[in-house]
Design a protein around this ligand. Structure first.
Ligand SMILES: *[C@@H]1O[C@H](CO)[C@@H](O)[C@H](O)[C@H]1NC(C)=O
Ligand SMILES: *[C@@H]1O[C@H](CO)[C@@H](O)[C@H](O)[C@H]1NC(C)=O
Length: 222
C-alpha cells in the first residue's frame, strides 16, 4: 500500500514538476516535544537515533528515493529481496506525529547493490532505519537514522558489542566527502552533537552502551 502511494507521488512529481522548497532548520530536538533519541524496539527499549541527515540538506536528498540513492552512494542497499528480518520499529521525533514506524531499512551492500544485502544478512554488517521529522509541530524534514552494526545470522542478528557507535562511525566515514551513485554527486559534511541523548545504556536495546554522540550530516547535491 505504502509503495503504491509512494509510486503515485513519484508520478505526480514527474507529471506536475512539483518541487519541495528548501527547509530552514537542521532539525528540532525531539525531546523538546515528547519525543526521544531512542526508537521503540517493541520491548520498552530502543536503538539510538545516532545520525541525523540535516533538514538543510538538498531537498531531493530528504525524499524516500533521494535517501535511497544517497545510501547507495555510500554502500547501502534496500534489504535483501525485501526480506525483513525482524519487525519494524517506531520512533517519536517530537513533531506531533507520535510514534511512526521506520520509513525504510537499508543494509550494507558490500559493493554489489543487487546481492550484497543478502550477504549482509548472512555475514553481518552495517544497517540503519530511517525516520522523517515532518509532523506539524516540528517540520524540519530531517531524517533520523538508527544505525547499528550487526553480527551474522548465526548470532540471530544481534547488535555487535559497541555496535551503535561502530555502526555510526562507519556510516559517517563512508558518507563524508564526495560520493556519487546513478549520476548524482553528493558533498557531505559532518558535525558531532552532544546533549541530545545521555551516554550509557539507559533505555538502550541489548544493554549496549552508546557514547551520547549524534552525528549531523549535511548532504548537498553538487
Ligand atoms: C508498525 O508496523 C507493525 C507491523 O506492520 C504494526 O503492527 C504496528 O502497529 C506499526 N506501528 C506503528 C506505530 O505504526
Ligand atoms: C538464535 O535463535 C535460535 C532460535 O530462537 C536459538 O535456538 C539460538 O540459540 C540462537 N542463537 C544465538 C547465537 O543466540
Amino acid at each position: 500500500m505504502a509503495r503504491v502511494a509512494f509510486f503515485a507521488l513519484l508520478c505526480a512529481q514527474a507529471a506536475f514538476g512539483l518541487t519541495i522548497s528548501k527547509r530552514a532548520t537542521a532539525y528540532f530536538n525531539p525531546t523538546a516535544n515528547g519525543g526521544s533519541l531512542l526508537n521503540n524496539a517493541g520491548n520498552g527499549l530502543g536503538e539510538p537515533l545516532n545520525v541525523i541527515v540535516s533538514g538543510l540538506s538538498s531537498p531531493d536528498v530528504l525524499t524516500d528515493d533521494g535517501i535511497l540513492n544517497f545510501a547507495r552512494s555510500i554502500g547501502f542497499s534496500e534489504e535483501c529481496f525485501g526480506i525483513h528480518l525482524g519487525d519494524p520499529q517506531s520512533a517519536n521525533l517530537g513533531d506531533g506525529n507520535g510514534a511512526v514506524n521506520q520509513t525504510i531499512e537499508l543494509r550494507q551492500d558490500f559493493g554489489d547493490p543487487s546481492v550484497g544485502t543478502c550477504l549482509e544478512s548472512l555475514i553481518g554488517g552495517n544497517h540503519f532505519r530511517v525516520y522523517r521529522q515532518n509532523g506539524p509541530q516540528a517540520n524540519s524534514g530531517a531524517l533520523f537514522l538508527a544505525v547499528s552494526h550487526e553480527e551474522d545470522v548465526s548470532e540471530n542478528h544481534t547488535i555487535s558489542p559497541d555496535g551503535y557507535d561502530v555502526g555510526r562511525n562507519e556510516l559517517v566515514a563512508a558518507a563524508v566527502g564526495n560520493t556519487n551513485f546513478n549520476g548524482v554527486s553528493y558533498s557531505t559534511t559532518a558535525q558531532d552533537i552532544t546533549g541530545l541523548i545521555a551516554p550509557g545504556t539507559n533505555g538502550v536495546n541489548h544493554d549496549i552502551a552508546q557514547d551520547g554522540i549524534v552525528t549531523l550530516l549535511t548532504v548537498t547535491i553538487v
